[in-house]
Design a protein around this ligand. Structure first.
Ligand code: DAH
Length: 341
């Protein structure tokens, strides 16, 4: 019996030595220790052993089971170690290869400048209001003191959807929408897209404006100039100055056009400013009393200032862009120049 046990053990040892993979080892384990394995068969044979020898026999079989089990366990840990090593080698990453840089986008210059404008004015306490791009004639014109037959309508080539609905030609519509809902004090900035039937090197059928409106007691042109002086220093540079020139807009009285010192020559005169040293950036003025009254605001108690600037215009001045169409052609080489990372 002892001999048989030794044979089984040495047989297991030899066979285990030849095994190359954990899978083969498992199959072999079944052969020895599985339900119908050799060692299990010994236990099953217990019934044929005389009763007085059974316990000794049982102990021997169990010892054999433990010893053979250990042979398998040792081999298993060796194989696992080996297989893990092989897996690591196979999956090794060559860290000396240069990485592939993922292609990322960047903000469009118009959005960069729009954000700078928003930041500048929010720093001065302005709230942001975005109105609809499809507007009624009332919000786009009538409430802004431009009646149906008013010649000022010719100032803007409007896209009409029908007789009463337009693609807004100016963000000044935001003034009305805010004043209708809110009583002073009001301090809002309304950025967004506007549309005009116009297309050349300095006009695009879709462009962006930013409307500003402040309504409170005692607002004057001095407040307007102070505000814009601060704004141009933030968006252009500290040396930039403003200049107000008389102008006409139906929704402001008095109305002004505002120039800044040329960002390229700082006022000396160059090709960008056509030798004048100044570049026009926006229209502005003191809100016409009629506009305040149209929105239910008492014009004897309150006054307001308003301004409207073209975001493309500011972008072009800031970066020396001479043709507005460059901003809409989506030439990646052009746009990548604005990648700040
Ligand atoms: N809405 C005008 C335009 O598109 C710009 C403008 C001028 C806005 C004067 C204003 C303003 O608020 O007071 O040409």
């Amino acid at each position: 019996m002892q001999e048989k046990f030794s044979l089984i053990k040495s047989g297991a040892q030899k066979e285990v030595e030849l095994v190359q993979t954990t899978r083969e080892l498992n199959d072999l384990k079944v052969k020895y220790l599985g339900k119908s394995g050799e060692i299990t068969a010994l236990l099953r044979g217990m019934k044929d052993i005389p009763a007085e020898k059974r316990s000794e026999f049982g102990k021997m079989v169990n010892d054999l089971k433990v010893e053979v089990g250990e042979i398998f366990d040792q081999k298993e840990s060796k194989l696992k170690e080996k297989e893990l090593q092989e897996k690591f080698e196979k999956e090794a990453i060559d860290i000396t290869l240069p990485g592939k840089k993922p292609k990322t986008g960047n903000l469009h210059p118009i959005n960069i400048v729009k954000n700078e404008i928003i930041n500048a004015f929010s720093g001065m306490g302005f709230e942001i209001f975005e109105g609809p791009e499809i507007e009624t004639d009332y919000y786009c014109f009538q409430a802004l003191n431009i009646p149906k037959d008013h010649p000022a309508r010719d100032m803007q080539d409007t896209f009409y959807i029908d007789e009463d609905i337009v693609l807004r030609s100016q963000t000044s519509t935001g003034q009305i929408r805010v004043m209708e809902k809110k009583q002073p004090p009001i301090k809002i900035l309304s950025p967004g897209r506007v549309y005009r039937s116009d297309d050349d090197a300095s006009h695009s059928p879709m462009f962006h404006q930013c409307e500003g409106l402040v309504v409170d007691k005692g607002i004057s042109l001095c407040d307007l100039q102070g505000l814009l002086d601060e704004f141009v220093k933030l968006v252009f540079d500290k040396q930039t100055k403003t200049r107000l020139r008389p102008s006409y807009f139906p929704f402001t009285e008095p109305s002004v056009e505002v120039d800044v010192t040329c960002s390229k020559c700082h006022g000396k005169g160059c090709s960008l400013c056509k030798g004048t040293g100044w570049i026009e950036i926006l229209g502005a003025g003191i809100v016409n009393k009629k506009v305040l009254e149209n929105c239910g605001i008492d014009s004897n108690e309150y006054s307001g200032l308003a301004f409207g600037l073209g975001i493309e215009r500011v972008t072009m001045i800031k970066y020396g862009i001479t043709d507005i169409r460059t901003l809409f052609e989506n030439n990646v080489k052009f746009l990548k120049q604005f990648d700040r990372r």
